[in-house]
Design a protein around this ligand. Sequence first.
Ligand SMILES: N[C@@H](CCC(=O)N[C@@H](CS)C(=O)NCC(=O)O)C(=O)O
Length: 195
Amino acid sequence: MEELGLPYELKWYSRGKDRLAPPAYLELHPAATAPVIEDGDKVLTESAVILEYICHRYAGGRLTVGPRDPNYTDYLYWMHFNNNVLGMFFAQNALKAGSAAGPDAERYTRLVKRRQDKYYGYLDQTLSDRPYLAGPELTCADIMVTFALTELPLFGGRPIEGLKNVAAYVDRIRERPAHAKAMTIAGPNAKPPTG
Ligand SMILES: N[C@@H](CCC(=O)N[C@@H](CS)C(=O)NCC(=O)O)C(=O)O
């Protein structure tokens, strides 16, 4: 919303003592995943869905790439990159929690490591010749992927150490006024609004 300069209201839901989403958040949507948006009587989850919905419905397709554009496949691929990242993240957490043991644990550990190495390696390689993932301009694909690079490591996701082009890309994103403002309002160090 900050990148598009559109008006919105941010609602804050504090976690319960169990560190899970509170009942009011579950009432909003049974998936209880973040993010969730409310637009009139519509309630939407899934970040990729939310991004495309807002850009097409309220911004004439800005920040998106169309099927006839030459960079469409790049856009599509990076829009969905988090499917892999989050899969690895949850597998890693399950392994840490000890839900897999013996040969299974060993196999999954190797699988996660191999995927992490290859996927993040491909990300770094992609960013060697372009400032943003789908080309010269920021798109929703960058908004999708940035979360995995800046926020997920705070919860145990793969850090970006050793990935030179990714590190420069993250700096580039952080320098954007819209990103900086969004982080002030809703980033990991943001405080709930008072009153
Ligand atoms: N595929 C979903 C994944 C959403 C997701 O798992 N979000 C995390 C936060 S980043 C979540 O809701 N975790 C549960 C929790 O934090 O309680 C999307 O892209 O929106």
